[in-house]
Design a protein around this ligand. Structure first.
Ligand SMILES: Cc1ncc(COP(=O)(O)O)c(C=O)c1O
Length: 471
């Protein structure tokens, strides 16, 4: 029952002895009084802290690191602009994200274009805008990019997304096979089958295309019950090593040097990950995450055999934004039950369906009962936080929490990555507002939805409902 252990709370958060909680210097009770709940709360200070920690660690160990912010993790414009302001390149995965990035003021020349099976519309937009790099997924995509480039009379910088063999990784740790089977072959071109080499050859042979590098993404493995920091670091090292070996092979076989190596994302901030499986009757546990220096060390070890000096790119999303956002919610009901086991259900005004990604990944998070001192006695019944929807809407299980009552506030920490971007309006619940905190200022970043937003795309008239759904 460790979920309310705050030893790894974000640097921007403070829980005072009188129970008040501040995030980025802003009192959460006052914030809720002014902006309502549920509300996503973004801390600019924490975003900057995370980016700088990663940048410092990578720069100390690699000659030319470039950090791209992977905006799929959280596409709020304030986050995109904060990252761009710090010098991050942007990583997009659709024409929609590309449009969001450019409309937020990011120059197209600082955008990496990702995704499998990219549509002609996406590629045309990217090429027309003059993006920094397209990560090419397949040989078919080479053909599409060529024809668009020819039509527009431009040259397109292309990196090749690799599906590695993972031979050494599996030798070291055969249990990784289960992880690697996920979406096997959906992303990238295989180094083992010869597909990747064929894609590189096709790019080199095309006068409209410029070969700029190799790219690979090792996803965050922390959704697995057997996660350890050591295994994640080994994964990073061995993937980097295999990419270097493939680059050496390209030089021997085709005489080409690889200017850029892109190692994707998959890092997390916050010191620890909390693993839980809602419904399994156990409370889960915290596992330590690698520190930025350890990620950098592991990558440097993997690149040690490179006998040239590539630009090393990263496309991290979860690291920058993960613990820089919390969800502030209010208790709307409590219910103590004795059967089938004793527990207290605490229903919040937010639901799992507003952050589906969290439910999918089964990664837990710390929770603070706002207004209760950090050392307040815990209620004897284990608490299950639930949402009011008809879905399996268990937000967190078996918490040790003080005696929270209707009207109390709770802060769900570490909700920045893959949460709001995956939200739904299940049961007709309008989606929460977003605020951005910066140096004591509270800026509305996304307005709260109304029922009218939920109904917006309906064709039938709303005149049967008093007020037309604007409430
Ligand atoms: C190709 C690619 N790059 C970067 C990322 C960002 O990963 P993360 O947020 O774990 O750093 C992802 C996530 O799925 C991805 O697929």
């Amino acid at each position: 029952m460790t979920v309310s252990d705050l030893s790894h709370a974000p640097e921007a958060l403070a829980h005072a002895p009188d129970g008040s909680v501040t995030f980025d210097g802003v009192d959460l009770a006052q914030l809720a009084a002014g902006h309502g709940t549920p509300t996503w709360v973004i801390s600019a200070a924490q975003l900057r802290h995370n980016y700088m920690a990663l940048h410092t660690a990578l720069s100390a160990r690699l000659p030319r690191p470039v950090i791209a912010y992977s905006m799929k993790a959280n596409n709020n414009r304030t986050v995109v602009q904060t990252m761009a302001g710090l010098g991050a390149v942007l990583d997009c995965s659709s024409e929609h994200e590309l449009a969001l990035a450019v409309s937020a003021g990011v120059p197209a020349g600082r955008v990496i274009v990702n995704g499998n099976g990219k549509s002609r519309a996406y590629l045309t937009a990217a090429i027309r805008m003059g993006v920094w790099q397209i990560n090419v997924d397949s040989i078919a995509e080479v053909g599409r990019i060529r024809s668009i480039a020819r039509e527009l009379g431009v040259s397109v910088p292309c990196a090749v997304r690799l599906k590695l063999s993972y031979t050494r990784l599996l030798q070291n740790d055969p249990s990784y096979e289960r992880t690697l089977r996920v979406a096997e072959g959906k992303f990238g071109s295989s180094t083992q089958s010869g597909d990747a080499e064929a894609v590189v050859k096709a790019i080199l042979a095309a006068e409209e295309l410029e070969f700029v590098g190799l790219t690979h993404h090792a996803g965050f493995p922390g959704i697995r019950a057997d996660y350890t920091a050591e295994r994640q670091l080994m994964h990073q090292t061995l993937c980097a090593q295999e990419i270097v070996e493939f680059a050496h092979l390209l030089r021997r076989g085709m005489g080409v040097t690889v200017p850029r190596i892109n190692l994707g994302g998959g890092f997390r901030s916050g010191g620890s990950v909390y693993l839980s499986t809602p419904g399994d009757g156990t409370d889960g546990e915290f596992r330590a995450l690698p520190r930025p220096e350890e990620y950098a060390e592991a990558i440097a070890a993997g690149l040690a055999q490179a006998d040239w000096d590539p630009i090393v790119q990263f496309e991290t999303g979860g690291f920058q934004v993960g613990n820089a956002v919390l969800l502030l919610a209010r208790v709307q009901d409590t219910k103590d039950v004795t059967h089938p086991r004793e527990r207290r259900y605490v229903t919040l005004d937010c639901a799992m369906t507003m952050f589906t990604g969290r439910g999918l990944t089964r990664v837990g998070f710390p929770v603070i009962a706002v207004g209760h001192p950090p050392d307040a006695p815990v209620h004897p019944l284990p608490v299950e936080l639930v949402g009011p929807t008809c879905a399996y809407d268990s937000i967190a299980e078996d918490l040790l929490l003080p005696d929270v009552r209707e009207g109390d506030l709770v802060a769900l920490l570490n909700h920045g990555a893959y949460c709001e971007v995956l939200s739904t309006q299940f049961n007709g619940f309008p989606r929460p507002a977003v605020v951005y905190l910066d140096g004591g200022d509270v800026r509305p970043a996304r307005r709260r939805e109304t029922l009218a937003d939920v109904w917006e795309r309906e064709s039938a008239a709303l005149d049967l409902w008093p007020g037309g759904g604007t409430a």
